[in-house]
Write a protein that binds this ligand. Structure first.
Ligand SMILES: [Zn+2]
Length: 86
C-alpha cells in the first residue's frame, strides 16, 4: 500500500521519497537545502505545525542551550543555597 506524501508547505506531491523521510522538490530552507520531512508526521500533525528536519534540529539546539543555562543556574544556586545535587 502506498501513501501519497505531500509537502506540508506548498502541498506539492512532487517529492523525493526515502525510507523514513521525504524531501520537497520545490521548497528550500534558508541555506538552500531541500526541506526534508518525517513521513510519520504527515496526517498526524497539522500541516502548519510540521517542522522540516533541519528546522527541528535548530529547535532542539536552542532547547539544549536553554537547558544548559538552566543547569548553570542550578549549579550556582546549589553553591549559594543548599547542598543538594541537581
Ligand atoms: Zn514544498
Amino acid at each position: 500500500m502506498k501513501t501519497n506524501y505531500y509537502c506540508p508547505r506548498c502541498r506539492t506531491t512532487e517529492i523525493s521519497e526515502y525510507k523514513e523521510t521525504f524531501e520537497c522538490t520545490k521548497c528550500r530552507d534558508n541555506n538552500g537545502f531541500p526541506l526534508e520531512f518525517e513521513k510519520s508526521d504527515i496526517g498526524k500533525i497539522p500541516d502548519d505545525e510540521i517542522l522540516a528536519r533541519r528546522e527541528m534540529t535548530s529547535f532542539v539546539g536552542a532547547f539544549e542551550e536553554l537547558r544548559d543555562s538552566e543547569k548553570r543556574k542550578k549549579f550556582f544556586n546549589s553553591l549559594s543555597d543548599d547542598d543538594h545535587e541537581a
